[in-house]
Design a protein around this ligand. Structure first.
Ligand SMILES: C[S@@+](CC[C@H](N)C(=O)[O-])C[C@H]1O[C@@H](n2cnc3c(N)ncnc32)[C@H](O)[C@@H]1O
Length: 200
């Protein structure tokens, strides 16, 4: 009889490290994270469903955290495409820099507020997709409006902003700014999440 390396119910060490890094940062910055654990596979699948991977050349992710969505984006992204990830938490940035050595990933230690400056610094065209799970409902209104306005301006004409939130509060801002907003909901996540597909 062969004995498995570890019982299937145990987590791989890298997954354990991600969960523990995420949870410890939740206790330090609860409003910046919003949840004690990273997004579930159900939420990630639903969030990424609208993406046309054959067309996506510039994808931007706000708040990659420990890279739960980032890994899934990189697994689907074309070899010549770029993923620009903006993260404010220095511990997450250090972890991602070490654990995701991928030449397509441009990791920036900074806020989503710098999206336009970072796209032009890297000489990138407007984004095909911007994915965001940053806590729009708890940040100051001026900051939220600036990030949403700059994201709208940073999108290609046929681009889309894909957002998930634990509160539906941002919906009104999105409908004022974007010409088309489709709403979804994913119950299988801690916390259940509201999703928005926003097109210019
Ligand atoms: C709800 S967590 C999501 C983490 C990860 N995307 C996931 O799905 O598991 C929100 C993340 O956004 C980051 N964040 C919060 N405000 C931000 C901002 N203005 N710009 C960039 N990242 C931000 C937090 O540090 C955190 O990593």
């Amino acid at each position: 009889m062969t004995v498995p390396d570890r019982p299937s119910r145990m987590l791989a060490p890298s997954r354990r490290a991600q969960l523990s890094l995420f949870a410890s940062n939740f206790f330090k910055h609860p409003r910046m994270l919003g949840s004690i654990i990273p997004s579930s596979p159900f939420l990630v699948r639903r969030l990424l469903a609208p993406v046309d991977w054959a067309r996506a050349r510039v994808v931007v992710e706000y708040g990659p955290g420990v890279g739960t969505i980032t890994r899934e984006i990189l697994a689907r992204l074309a070899p010549d495409a770029t993923l620009l990830a903006l993260e404010t938490n220095p511990e997450f940035v250090a972890y991602l820099g070490e654990s995701l050595p991928d030449p397509r990933l441009q990791l920036v230690a900074g806020s989503a507020e710098t999206i336009q400056a970072e796209l032009s610094r890297l000489g990138l065209p407007p984004a095909d997709y911007i994915l965001a799970g940053i806590p729009f409902s708890t940040m100051p209104a001026a900051c939220r409006e600036r990030i949403l306005g700059d994201s709208h301006a940073a999108l290609a004409d046929d681009g889309a902003m894909l957002i998930y939130q634990f509160s539906p509060k941002v919906g009104g801002d999105l409908r004022r700014l974007f010409s088309r907003v489709e709403k979804g909901f994913e119950p299988l996540n801690i916390l259940p999440a509201h999703l928005y597909t926003c097109r210019r």
